[in-house]
Design a protein around this ligand. Structure first.
Ligand code: DC
Length: 233
């Protein structure tokens, strides 16, 4: 009898602030997999572009950024039970979550050269499987053959409330309306960009968590993981 290698790739895609990162992290933790937040990678490249004055009034100097990509190294390190994002070795975990970065990241993520650069890194991280990766195009572009694909959604208002709470708890001064506008604008850019637009893969399981508690959501993910393994055997 052949034995199945039980390490699989789990792709979790979905809208901004749908809670997919928390659920992907919790799932990875409970099954002993590595977790990769690809949004953090786009945010780190955005921070680099902002620091090097390559973004002005929401307009990105595409050619300049594209030719700088070989000198932008994005990596992760584990701090306690959290994964921190490193930009050329510097821990930028807090800075990449700020609204200034959020306001520019969709424009940067729409640049084909940026996507090719980061997708290649993401694919190499998945070489050994045993990984939970979250983003927008993981099930469609990065790992079209992932054994388990999940597409997460919640209403824009629910997502804005969650994000607003998160930001105010961190001491960021903003309004619910500003956060909601940012989310809607990002949804629009993510869904309509030419390169790898945000789209549910045909074989992804849809999970709308607007009305779900975190516990129910985590249990559902674990169940999907176990069912996937059973089908591989
Ligand atoms: O998940 P997040 O909000 O941290 O993602 C930040 C931005 O990066 C978001 O506007 C969409 C983009 N993104 C992407 O285009 N592809 C990914 N795989 C991950 C994120």
């Amino acid at each position: 009898m052949t034995t199945t290698n039980k390490n699989i790739i789990i792709a979790i895609d979905g809208y901004s602030s749908s809670g997919k990162s928390s659920m992907a992290r919790a799932l990875a933790h409970s099954i002993g997999y590595r977790y990769i937040d690809t949004g953090a990678m786009y945010r780190a490249v955005t921070l680099y572009a902002m620091r090097h004055s390559m973004i002005s009034n929401g307009i990105v100097a595409t050619e300049e950024l594209s030719s700088a990509l070989s000198s932008i190294k994005v990596d992760f390190k584990v701090v306690g039970d959290k994964q921190h994002t490193l930009l050329n070795g510097e821990d930028v975990e807090d800075e990449i979550r700020e609204l200034a970065v959020s306001n520019n990241v969709s424009q940067v993520a729409a640049i084909p050269a940026v996507r090719h650069h980061l997708v290649a890194i993401q694919q190499s991280l998945g070489n050994e499987k045993g990984i939970v990766m979250d983003g927008r195009d993981i099930g469609t572009t990065v790992f079209p053959n992932a054994e388990l694909k999940i597409f997460v959604n919640a209403s824009a208002e629910t997502r804005a409330q969650r994000r607003f709470k998160e930001l105010t708890e961190k001491g960021t001064t903003t309004t619910y309306q500003e956060v909601l506008d940012n989310i809607k604008q990002r949804d629009h850019i993510d869904e309509t960009r030419e390169e790898s637009p945000l789209r549910k893969a045909a074989d992804a399981v849809m999970l709308d968590n607007s009305q779900m508690t975190i516990e129910v959501q985590n249990a559902r993910l674990l169940e999907l993981y176990h069912t996937t393994l059973e089908h591989l055997n």
